[in-house]
Design a protein around this ligand. Structure first.
Ligand code: SF4
Length: 180
């Protein structure tokens, strides 16, 4: 994994300032606004909004054949309409203080030793050392959270059984059968 100093150097050389355009929350191309969330992130939004799990999250849209007539997927996403994330209201995030790691750190992502950068109108703008530090620290925390979530999913997956002809999401908390 990259250290915080390396991350700060790379963010500084790319440059970024959020323009508040909300493009990352809207569907501008197939799955462009797909935000993967961990169970902990879903629960944080549930606690903040009083919404139920299924109101906050939907299954990651790629299902895998379980070989018994059933199928499963390995993640949750923030629920979306055809146009945008359901939490985008009047051009603003209505769960801003509780937004997932992907939203906090967009358009950046750490993968092993690599800083990946997605399309964003705010790229190339000057970023202050303080903003870079906040973003870089969030990126490091996000990477650690993703590694922990992946390990949790793998641990559950090893002993998981998808119900015959059923549909399920396997996450770090267990096998969650989908109804309807
Ligand atoms: S949770 Fe907020 S920041 Fe994230 S995609 Fe939805 S509206 Fe945008």
């Amino acid at each position: 994994m990259l250290g915080i100093d390396d991350v700060l150097d790379r963010i500084g050389s790319v440059g970024f300032r959020c323009r508040g355009c909300g493009a990352c929350c809207r569907r501008v191309a197939e799955d462009s606004n797909l935000v993967i969330v961990s169970p902990a992130e879903v629960r944080a939004i549930m606690a903040a909004t009083g919404m139920a799990w299924d109101e906050v999250a939907e299954p990651y849209p790629e299902f895998i054949d379980a070989g018994n007539g059933g199928e499963y997927t390995l993640a949750w996403c923030i629920r979306r309409t055809k146009e945008a994330c359901i939490f985008l209201r009047n051009g603003r995030c209505s769960v801003y203080a509780h937004r997932p790691w992907i939203c906090r750190t967009y358009p950046f992502m750490l993968v092993d030793e690599d800083l990946r950068v997605s399309e964003c109108p705010g790229l190339g703008m000057p970023i202050s050392p303080r903003e870079a530090y906040t973003l870089g620290a969030d990126l490091c925390r996000r990477q650690a959270a993703e590694v922990a979530e992946e390990a949790g999913v793998q641990a559950v997956y090893r002993g998981a059984t998808v119900p015959p002809r059923g549909r399920a999401v396997i996450d770090s908390e267990g096998v969650k059968e989908l109804h309807g």
